[in-house]
Design a binder for this molecule. Structure first.
Ligand code: SAH
Ligand code: SF4
Ligand code: F3S
Length: 485
């Protein structure tokens, strides 16, 4: 599954994707509020990671409570929100570009009042750039950092009353309670934050500076949220944190204890989590994945580099042999656990030899899929003080080599799966049918296996939300074609 719009990424089960919530969401959105033509309209465009996806759901929920209706295009909207990512310069450049285009949005194109729409730049870029945003983009009405998202309804009200260039980026910590369920991207699967922020300070990374220090939510709040989701039809939850392994509830509960509690929730069928850090993941976690029936056999474990020298410079606090040993233990505990990863090429001073160490480690480990990123110097991050000395051409070349290497591994792994029977959760109707589909056209269901592979199989609407055994008959571009058995 190569993701739309990103050249850096290779086949991956991990979800780091730019999307428009409204586009996806409007299909299954059931409004329980005033939908008269006069209600103002809100459009959110989301960039970045799963935390931003969840934050956009929370923002939509708050705006619905304020009487707004979500819409699927910015031309219709009275309030346009860009929920942004700063992790690489490229991610930011796309937002600068898109927001610039909105400057030309003419008065009167906004559906409701004929006035120009309010524009909010929200998320990590707001925190990273502060009031500089208004210098670059004077038509932006307000900016709001990721710890301040609960201020958005108030900001929108103030803008409506005539104020502009408002900022809310100051808070270090965000409120831990998240009773915001009015709007969810999907009914069957749901994101659930368990912690915010990060304390790891990897030398290349801006996240601790924009998301703040790590704080964990109370386990009771997390459990309550999941129970509410299950009551509303959720079958699968993904527990989210920049480093889930360091989760510690205010009463001292560890991530493993939390997993055990979530596993006991009646009606919930599957549990996923991300992201794990190799310095904190270990045998106890692997035993939990093996022993807890709802926890799926998939671990996203970013490697970043196979060179010990580069790992040290990255402040990752593990070595390549530690990482190898982890994978060894994981596969001894759960032989067919899917393992996915993130890798950065072209970190400052990365030699051909360092790069070769990464390539060889990838060949040895044989990940199920990998995101490969070209190093991008970020403000605040320690490595940005070091010269970005690897030429873009060289970064591109290294990126291509690793993409090719992973592609071969993924192909072989995919072929090996043909003939297996996988437990698949039906998610939605498949838009793209298998090339071998017969005439008259049948309905195909899109589902996910426990290892998070995409599987398409013949069926009916009734299979959405149900778990079935599906025999894998073939594979087309990383989508498995199966048959319910
Ligand atoms: N907390 C998660 C995710 C962090 S951001 C983790 O630790 O894995 C997701 C990925 O973006 C990282 O794993 C890393 O591979 C990549 N990344 C972060 N900063 C980057 C930078 N400055 N340049 C290129 N890639 C970067
Ligand atoms: Fe960034 Fe490292 Fe924290 Fe992940 S663990 S968010 S890469 S600082
Ligand atoms: Fe991007 Fe912020 Fe997530 S920088 S990766 S949206 S935490």
């Amino acid at each position: 599954m190569r993701r739309k719009g990103s050249k850096d990424k290779v086949v991956s089960n991990s979800k780091m994707v730019e999307n428009s919530f409204a586009e996806k969401q409007l299909n299954n959105f059931q409004p329980e509020f005033d939908m008269t033509p006069k209600s103002p309209k809100v459009y959110i465009r989301t960039f970045g990671c799963q935390m931003n996806e969840r934050d956009s759901e929370i923002i939509y929920s708050m705006m619905i409570q304020e009487g707004y209706t979500p819409v699927s295009s910015y031309e219709e909207a009275d309030l346009i929100i860009f929920n942004t990512c700063s992790v690489r310069k490229h991610a930011e450049d796309r937002v600068w570009g898109k927001l610039k285009e909105l400057k030309n949005l003419k008065h009167g194109e906004s559906a409701c009042s004929g006035a120009p729409p309010m524009i909010g730049l929200v998320g990590c870029m707001a925190k990273a750039h502060g009031k500089e945003v208004f210098k670059k983009l004077p038509h932006v009405s307000f900016i709001c950092g990721p710890s301040n998202i609960y201020d958005i309804p108030g900001l929108a009200k103030k803008v409506k009353s005539g104020k502009s260039h408002l900022m809310s980026i100051s808070k270090e910590k965000r409120p831990l309670s998240e009773k915001r369920d009015e709007y969810r991207e999907e009914k069957i699967r749901a994101w659930v934050n368990i912690s915010y922020g990060c304390n790891n300070f990897c030398s290349y990374c801006i996240v601790p500076f924009v998301r703040g220090r790590e704080i964990s939510r109370r386990s009771e709040n997390i459990i309550d949220e999941i129970k509410r989701l299950v009551d509303n039809g959720a079958k699968e939850v993904t527990l989210l944190g920049q480093n889930v392994n360091s989760y510690k509830s205010p009463t001292g509960k560890s991530f493993i204890r939390l997993l055990e509690e979530v596993n006991r929730i009646d009606g919930l069928r599957r549990i996923r989590f991300m992201t794990s850090h190799p310095k904190d993941a270990g045998l106890e976690l692997f035993k939990a994945i093996a022993g807890l029936d709802k926890v799926c056999e998939h671990l996203h474990l970013p490697l970043q580099s196979g060179s010990d020298r580069i790992l040290r410079l990255m402040n990752r606090n593990y070595t390549s042999s530690h990482y190898l040993k982890l994978i060894d233990n994981l596969r001894k505990t759960i032989p067919d656990c899917a393992v996915t990863t993130d890798i950065i090429v072209g970190f400052p001073s990365e030699t051909e030899g360092d790069f070769e160490d990464t390539r060889m480690l990838m060949e040895k480990i044989r990940f199920d899929s990998a995101f490969i990123f070209k190093y991008s110097p970020r403000p605040f991050a320690k490595a940005s003080n070091t010269e970005d000395d690897i030429l873009l051409e060289e970064k591109k070349e290294r990126n291509q080599v690793l993409l090719g290497c992973q592609d071969k591994i993924t192909r072989k792994k995919n072929e090996d799966l043909i003939g297996n029977v996988e437990e698949v959760l039906g998610i939605s109707i498949a838009k793209r049918k298998p090339s071998s589909s017969e005439y008259p056209p049948a309905t195909y269901i899109k589902g996910r296996s426990r290892k998070n592979s995409l599987v398409v199989y013949k069926g009916s609407m009734g299979l959405i939300g149900r778990i079935l055994n599906v025999k894998i008959r073939g594979v087309e571009e990383n989508t498995f074609i199966g048959e319910a058995v």
